[in-house]
Design a protein around this ligand. Structure first.
Ligand code: SF4
Length: 194
C-alpha cells in the first residue's frame, strides 16, 4: 500500500496535455475550492468547495504517470491548490519520487504566505516553480504565467530559466475526448453563448 493510500483531492478539472499552463507540454490539474476572493477572478466556478469531484490521489497519480512519455511536467492550478495541502503533498511526493516530471504550482497566496505554511519546507522540495500572489485585475498582465503584475515567480530549482516561463501561449482551447471545449491559460478565451 502506498503512503498516499486513501488521500484525496477535490478537483475542478484535469487536462492531460496543455501548452498554456507552463513550460512545454504539461498535464494540468485545477483544484476545486478557493476562498481568497480576488475581485475579477476569471474562474469563479472553481471557488465552491462543493463543486468538482473528489478523486483519490493514487488514481490521479496513475493518470498522470501514464503520460510521462507525452508531457514534461505537471501544473497545479485552481481554485487554490494550497487550500488542499494534504492531498497536494501526497500527490507531489509520488510525482517527485516516481517520475521525472517537473512541477509548477500557481497559487493565489503570496510568497510570504506560502512560506508561513507548516508544509512549506516539504512543498519547496517537491516543486520547481511557484507563481504566487492574488490576482489583481487592475494590474492584469497575462505574461510569464502571471495573471497580474503583482504576482511573483519563484524558481526553486534550476530546471527552468525565466525565459522558459515566457514561451507558451496566453490562451488555449482544448477539445476534450467528450467533445467539450475547455478554455485554459493565463488569459483564457471567454466563450459567448449566442
Ligand atoms: S486565488 Fe485564483 S481562483 Fe482564487 S479567487 Fe484569486 S484568482 Fe480566483
Amino acid at each position: 500500500m502506498s503512503a498516499s493510500a486513501g488521500e484525496w483531492l477535490r478537483i475542478h478539472a484535469f487536462v492531460p496535455e496543455s501548452y498554456a499552463n507552463g513550460p512545454g507540454r504539461r498535464a494540468v490539474v485545477w483544484v476545486q475550492g478557493c476562498s481568497l476572493g480576488c475581485p475579477g477572478c476569471f474562474n469563479p466556478a472553481t471557488h465552491s468547495l462543493t463543486y468538482g469531484r473528489v478523486v483519490l490521489v493514487d488514481e490521479l497519480f496513475s493518470d498522470i504517470a501514464a503520460l510521462t512519455e507525452r508531457v514534461e511536467g505537471l501544473t497545479l492550478s485552481g481554485g487554490e491548490p494550497l487550500q488542499q495541502r494534504r492531498g497536494v503533498l501526497a500527490l507531489l511526493r509520488r510525482i517527485r519520487c516516481e517520475t521525472s516530471l517537473s512541477v509548477v504550482v500557481l497559487t493565489g497566496y503570496s510568497w510570504e504566505e506560502f512560506l508561513s505554511f507548516p508544509e512549506s519546507d516539504e512543498l519547496s522540495k517537491l516543486v520547481d516553480v511557484v507563481i504566487a500572489g492574488r490576482y489583481e485585475s487592475s494590474r492584469n498582465l497575462a505574461s510569464s504565467l502571471r495573471g497580474s503584475a503583482n504576482k511573483t515567480v519563484h524558481r526553486i530549482t534550476n530546471r527552468y530559466q525565466s525565459s522558459d516561463l515566457q514561451d507558451g501561449p496566453a490562451a488555449e482551447v482544448i477539445i476534450s475526448e467528450t467533445g467539450d471545449l475547455i478554455s485554459t491559460g493565463i488569459k483564457p478565451v471567454l466563450f459567448k453563448i449566442v
